[in-house]
Design a protein around this ligand. Structure first.
Ligand code: APR
Ligand code: PHB
Length: 388
C-alpha cells in the first residue's frame, strides 16, 4: 500500500489528524491494534477547551458535541467542606464543554467512515521502518498475513504504551517523568449529577471530583492507593468515602446508585522530547501524559494534532517545511504549560504527603486562589485552554 501519511493509532489524536488531513486532500491510512468496539469501550475524561471544540468543528464532527455537550462557565472547588465558585466566563470570557471522550471518539470514527477514509483495525505487530530515510514504511499483520504501507510521513498517535516512541533510539529521546503515589478510582453511574458544575474536592480524607456526562449520568472520582484493586471497592464503600468529603449542600443532593463502570487510573506526568524523529512525528499520549486533575489529556492531543496537521498541509500545499520543522518546539511549549498546570492542580488538591507543612501550603495556595483576582484569572486561563 502507498499513502502520504501513515497514522499509528485510532484514538482521538490519530482520528482527528486523519480527519483534518482528509479534509485537505492529504491521503492517510490509520493502523490500529484493537477493534473499533474495543477503542470505544474505554471510558476517559470529558472536558473540552474552546480551541479543541473549534478543531472538532473544523474536522466536521462537532454536531453531536454541540447538541449533547454541556457548556460550563465555571467550576467549583470544595475545601474541607466549604465550596468556592470560579467563573471562567467572568474571568476570561470563555467556557468549556463537558462531553465524554468516548463520544468524541465515536463522532470521529463515524466522520471517518462517512468520508470512506481507510482505518485498519485489529492490525498486530505494527513496526516502523526507515523513519530517517526518504521512504518510511509501516508493516503489520492482519487477517493472518503481513502487510506494508509505504508513506512520506508517519504520525505516532498510539498512546503511552504504543510502538512509535519505542521505535526511537533511546539516545535520541529525553524523558521527563513524575509519578504520583496515588491513583484515581472512578465510577460512572446513571444518577443525576450532584451539581450543575464540576466540583473538585480537597479534603483531609483525600481528593474527590464530581463530574458528569449528561443530566442523567454522573462520573465521580476519589483518590485511592495504587495498591488498591477494584474488588476491594464495592459501590457502597465508594459512596461512603465520597459523601463525607463533600460540603453539606452536595452531601444532601448526592444521588447514589449502582456503578455501570468502575476503574482505577494511576497518576503520572510524562514528557518525551523531541516530538519529531526524521519522518516520524509523535502526537498525544505517545509523547506526553498529564494527571487528569487539569482535564488536559485530550486537549493536548488535539493541540499537537493542530500543529502537525498545519505543518503537513503546508508541506503538501505550499511546498514549505517550516511548520514541520517547528512542530516539536511549538507543541512542547504548550505541552509544558499544561504539564505545569496539571501538576499544580494535582499537588494542590490531593493528599500526597502527611507532612502538616504541605497541608498548610495547600490551604495557602487555595486561599490565594479564592482571594486574588490575578490568581483566579491565571487558573481560569489555563483551565479553559491557552491559545495555540
Ligand atoms: N499498534 C497500533 N495501534 C496501537 C499500538 C500499536 N502498537 N499501541 C497502541 N495503539 C492504539 C491504541 O489501541 C489506541 O487506540 O493507539 C491508540 C492510542 O489512543 P489513546 O491512548 O487514546 O491516545 P491519544 O489518541 O493520544 O489520546 C489521548 O486519551 O488517554 C487519553 O487522557 C488521554 O485524553 C487523552 C487522550
Ligand atoms: C471527567 O469528567 O471524567 C473529568 C473531568 C475533569 C477532570 C478529569 C476528569 O479534571
Amino acid at each position: 500500500m502507498r499513502t502520504q501519511v501513515a497514522i499509528i493509532g485510532a484514538g482521538p489524536a490519530g482520528l482527528l489528524l486523519g480527519q483534518l488531513l482528509h479534509k485537505n486532500g492529504i491521503d492517510n491510512v490509520i493502523v490500529e491494534r484493537h477493534t473499533g468496539e474495543y477503542v470505544l469501550g474505554r471510558v476517559r475524561a470529558g472536558v473540552i477547551e474552546q480551541v479543541t471544540m473549534d478543531l472538532l468543528d473544523e474536522a466536521g464532527v462537532g454536531e453531536r458535541m454541540h447538541r449533547d455537550g454541556l457548556i460550563h462557565d465555571g467550576v467549583q472547588i470544595c475545601v474541607d467542606g466549604k465550596r468556592h465558585h470560579l467563573s471562567f466566563k467572568e474571568l476570561t470570557g470563555k467556557s468549556v464543554m463537558v462531553y465524554g471522550q468516548t463520544e468524541i471518539t465515536k463522532d470521529l470514527m463515524d466522520g471517518r467512515a462517512a468520508v470512506g477514509a481507510p482505518t485498519l483495525y485489529a492490525a498486530y505487530d505494527v513496526a516502523l521502518h526507515d523513519i530517517h530515510g526518504g521512504k518510511p514504511r509501516v508493516t503489520f499483520r492482519k487477517d493472518g498475513s503481513t502487510h506494508e504501507i509505504e508513506c512520506d510521513f508517519i504520525a505516532g498517535c498510539d498512546g503511552f504504551h504504543g510502538i512509535s516512541r519505542k521505535s526511537v533510539p533511546p539516545s535520541a529521546i529525553s524523558n521527563y517523568e513524575r509519578v504520583y503515589p496515588l491513583g484515581w478510582l472512578g465510577i460512572l453511574s446513571e444518577t443525576p449529577p450532584v451539581s450543575e458544575e464540576l466540583i473538585y474536592v480537597r479534603h483531609p480524607r483525600g481528593f474527590a471530583l464530581c463530574s458528569m456526562r449528561s443530566p442523567t449520568r454522573s462520573r465521580y472520582y476519589i483518590q485511592c492507593s495504587l495498591a488498591d484493586d477494584i474488588e476491594s471497592w464495592p459501590d457502597e464503600r465508594f459512596w461512603e468515602e465520597l459523601r463525607p468529603r463533600l460540603d453539606d449542600e452536595a452531601r444532601e443532593a448526592l444521588v447514589t446508585g449502582p456503578s455501570i463502570e468502575k476503574s482505577i487510573a494511576p497518576l503520572r506526568s510524562f514528557v518525551a522530547e523531541p516530538m519529531r524523529f526524521g519522518r516520524l512525528f509523535l502526537a498525544g499520549d505517545a509523547a506526553h501524559i498529564v494527571p487528569p486533575t487539569g482535564a488536559k489529556g485530550l486537549n493536548l492531543a488535539a493541540s499537537d494534532v493542530q500543529y502537525l496537521a498545519r505543518g503537513l498541509i503546508e508541506h503538501y500545499r505550499d511546498k514549505s517545511d517550516s511548520g514541520l520543522e517547528h512542530y516539536s518546539e511549538r507543541a512542547l511549549l504548550r505541552v509544558w504549560k499544561a504539564e505545569r498546570f496539571s501538576w499544580w492542580m494535582t499537588t494542590m488538591l490531593h493528599r500526597i504527603s502527611d507532612n502538616p507543612f504541605d497541608y498548610q501550603l495547600q490551604l495557602a495556595d487555595l486561599d490565594y486562589l479564592f482571594r486574588s483576582k490575578a490568581a483566579a484569572t491565571a487558573f481560569a486561563e489555563n483551565y479553559v485552554g491557552l491559545p495555540y
